[in-house]
Design a protein around this ligand. Structure first.
Ligand code: NAD
Length: 362
């Protein structure tokens, strides 16, 4: 695979002179870093409450920069996290991050409809990219993001923190190793009561709706427990509070059929608190509750319990993804994993609209 290091070598002999600016070249030629510098794009709830605190616990990366449209936030973050002015960007001058050797990874934490633009701009700036879930609002956008990263020889990881959690990895192992035979029936629910009325989660154009937001957790629960990709889906969208949910679904029920014959009933909502995964295998059962919360996922199965301690899913995710970048090894959840979910999400919307069964092509 052609790496950034290879690109620098090519540049040195003059064959790729347009790829990097002199600043970037100098930085890249500097000694190998033992910690990657991360710039968070979008300083909302998730960046503020989870990612920035997690970046104080990481070994392989640190909070090096921010991208925000709000000058007051820039001031607060600068003071709180000791971020130099030269590492603070807004959405207009963001592309000049290409010339900043302090920033190795751009982490896009914006509303889903904005993911494509900022992932593509980060890739064009020559930065490795992390992007929050849901990856994007369409399969076409996911593909464009993957292509932009490939074209610019940078890696892309999706922020599926649960896949880094040993509790998730354990229920995946039980399915993969067929400890209780084949998974037969899955029930999975992920939802919470969102009291907001004008947030992007209630707006179609920004990528709102419970399906892409919490629904991807229920979908991941079913996909990861079976280790299979669904082949067809039926779905029903519901709104309990029409005064709030005018543009997007408040609740979605969806049923997945898997190639092995396994079936999943999944539930997601912005009006119902739930977080569980239940699997019935040929010869046993598993129940995780919660299965996709930030801390303390736990469960039990026919032969024991699942309760591995974890200090911070986000810190583990950030460290593992950065280590994979440093060692040029496989990422746990690359762009293709985000695309797999969005392909199903698109089929779920089609099924809910048509009332019929929608086949999912791979
Ligand atoms: P948020 O609304 O709290 O923050 C969004 C940020 O984007 C804000 O700083 C806002 O100012 C900025 N922004 C820029 N342009 C905007 C626009 N046109 N409209 C609205 N906001 C705009 O959202 P959040 O909860 O932090 O979610 C951000 C991303 O993180 C989403 O993709 C979400 O799904 C994801 N997320 C992931 C997890 C997880 O567990 N992995 C948890 C929460 C959120």
């Amino acid at each position: 695979m052609f790496t950034r290091r290879d690109a620098i070598k090519s540049l040195a002999v003059g064959s790729a002179a347009t790829l990097f600016s002199p600043n970037t070249l100098l930085a890249s030629l500097a000694k190998k870093k033992d910690k990657l510098g991360i710039a968070l794009v979008g300083l909302g709830y998730y960046s503020t409450d989870l990612l920035a605190p997690a970046l104080q616990m990481t070994d392989k990366c640190y909070l090096a920069g921010i991208v925000t449209g709000t000058p007051a936030k820039a001031e607060q973050w600068k003071k709180k996290y000791n971020i130099p002015d030269k590492n603070i960007y807004n959405y207009q001058n963001f592309d000049s991050i290409a010339n900043n050797p302090d920033i190795d990874v751009v982490y896009v934490v914006l509303p889903p409809s904005m993911h494509r633009e900022y992932v593509v701009r980060a890739a064009k700036a020559g930065k490795r990219v992390f992007c929050e879930k849901p990856m994007a609002t369409s399969v076409a956008d996911c593909k464009a993001m993957i292509k932009a990263c490939e074209d610019n020889k940078v890696k892309l990881a999706i922020g599926y923190r649960c896949q880094h959690d040993p509790n998730t990895q354990e229920y995946m192992r039980i399915g993969r190793e067929k400890i209780y035979g084949k998974p037969m029936m899955i029930a999975c629910g992920a939802g919470y009561v969102d009291g907001r009325t004008t947030h992007w989660k209630q707006k179609k154009a920004l990528g709102g709706g419970c399906m892409p937001d919490m629904g991807v957790y229920a979908l991941q629960g079913a996909r990861l427990a079976t280790g299979e990709e669904p082949i067809s889906v039926t779905a029903q969208a519901h709104v309990i509070r029409p005064e709030i949910y005018k543009e997007v679904e408040e609740t979605m029920l969806f049923q997945l059929q898997f190639p092995s014959g396994a079936m999943a009933s999944c539930y997601t909502s912005f009006g119902i608190n739930m977080n569980y995964l239940q699997v019935n295998y040929e010869k046993g059962w598993l129940k995780m509750e919660p299965f996709s919360a930030y801390g303390g996922n736990k469960g039990s199965h026919s032969g024991g319990i699942i309760d591995f301690p974890i200090k911070s899913q986000q810190a583990k995710q950030l460290d593992e993804d950065c280590l994979a970048l440093m060692n040029n090894t496989q990422l746990i959840a690359p762009g293709e994993e985000g695309l797999r979910d969005i392909r199903v999400v698109e089929a779920i919307y089609q099924a809910a609209k048509s009332g019929g069964t929608v086949k999912i092509s791979s």
